[in-house]
Design a protein around this ligand. Structure first.
Ligand SMILES: [Zn+2]
Length: 264
């Protein structure tokens, strides 16, 4: 790693987008990370760029399902880790976090204004149709009570938007029945082609699940348009995926909140 003249190690950051709404919730740190100039994996990005122990950030083997799971210790990057299958993960343990990997699908991060709970959701069109967003909110309501839902704050990160996300009749039909479908699935240019705005559909799913309007926002560019974020459709490969994560800061645990750096 190159060093600056004064001898401090130079920290190379991936492109990052943050949500002003989520940043307004005290006690949480989050990032929607994009393309990493240093080409590191999730483990090194967490450790080197964000000073977050990868062992404390739970992730799942994502399968485009509606499955939401509470984080267990072995969901972190630990010796003997167990890759559980699911597309949303939440935690209520301070000093832990959760993350998802995406490339065009929507990463959704949630935090609570009073309770120590946060969640990360991977939602492509299959996940939206399977109700993964609503299921995550239901899990939190099952633990903390239905009243807790109104204290949730959420952000949908960089993902494929209506400008680029073309789908066929069948997918359009399925998405059209999701909350906000008639608004955010529009007739495309070609015959039998439709354009869907994934982040807007994710937001509508959050509102349908009970989040008050104004407590969820979409941030960041369309991943197909922006070279700063990995795109399955643009790169034609799933080798590059971006990590989005959120964690509850626990100062007694020696965690420090890294300074946010944004790339627009
Ligand atoms: Zn686009």
């Amino acid at each position: 790693m190159r060093r600056l003249a004064r001898g401090h190690p130079r920290v190379i950051l991936p492109h990052v987008v943050q949500s002003p709404l989520l940043r307004s919730v005290p006690g949480f740190y989050h990032a929607f990370a994009g393309v990493d100039p240093a080409r590191r994996g999730s483990r090194e990005i967490l450790r080197q760029a964000f000073s977050v122990p990868p062992s404390r950030v739970g992730t799942l083997r994502q399968i485009h399902s509606g499955i939401a799971l509470e984080m267990e210790e072995t969901d972190g990057d630990v010796p003997g880790r167990r890759w559980r299958v699911g597309d949303a993960i939440w935690t209520a343990a301070p000093g832990t976090g959760v993350g998802v990997r995406t490339a065009d699908c929507v990463p959704v991060l949630l935090a609570h204004r009073e309770l120590p709970v946060c969640a990360a959701i991977h939602a492509g069109w299959r996940g939206l149709v399977a109700g993964v967003v609503e299921e995550t909110v239901r899990c939190i309501a099952a633990r903390f009570g239905q009243d807790a839902v109104s204290g949730l704050v959420a952000a949908a990160g960089p993902s494929a938007k209506g400008c680029c996300y073309e789908v066929g009749e069948e997918v359009a039909g399925n998405l059209g029945e999701c909350p906000g479908g008639p608004l955010h699935v529009a007739k495309g240019m070609g015959a039998g082609k439709w354009n869907a705005d994934l982040p807007s559909l994710a937001l509508e799913a959050l509102f349908a699940a009970g989040l008050p309007r104004g407590r969820a926002e979409a941030v960041g560019p369309c991943t197909v348009c922006s070279p700063r974020f990995h795109s399955f459709r643009r790169e034609k490969s799933l080798t590059g995926r971006q990590l989005s994560f959120i964690y509850k800061v626990d100062f007694s645990d020696g965690f420090t909140t890294p300074t946010g750096q944004e790339t627009r």
